[in-house]
Design a protein around this ligand. Structure first.
Ligand SMILES: [Zn+2]
Length: 66
């Protein structure tokens, strides 16, 4: 997705694809986890999404360690 370059400062993180430290675009998304059944007990969990600017690899990490 296209984002404005200035909104988020680059974070340097390890990228497995690039095999090194690369600049990443980091954001947080709230994703709803729901069961397929209508027995709907679902929760919204924050996920940290970091995207490697070099290769586009996305890493999604659940912030709550349940
Ligand atoms: Zn990369």
């Amino acid at each position: 997705m296209a984002t404005t370059d200035d909104s988020i400062a680059d974070m340097t993180e390890q990228c497995l694809s690039c095999d090194g430290q690369t600049p990443h675009s980091v954001s947080v998304e709230i994703l709803t986890e729901s069961t397929k059944e209508e027995n709907s007990e679902y929760s919204r969990e924050p996920y940290r999404v970091s995207e490697c600017i070099e290769c586009g690899e996305q890493t999604t990490t659940r912030m709550n360690n349940a």
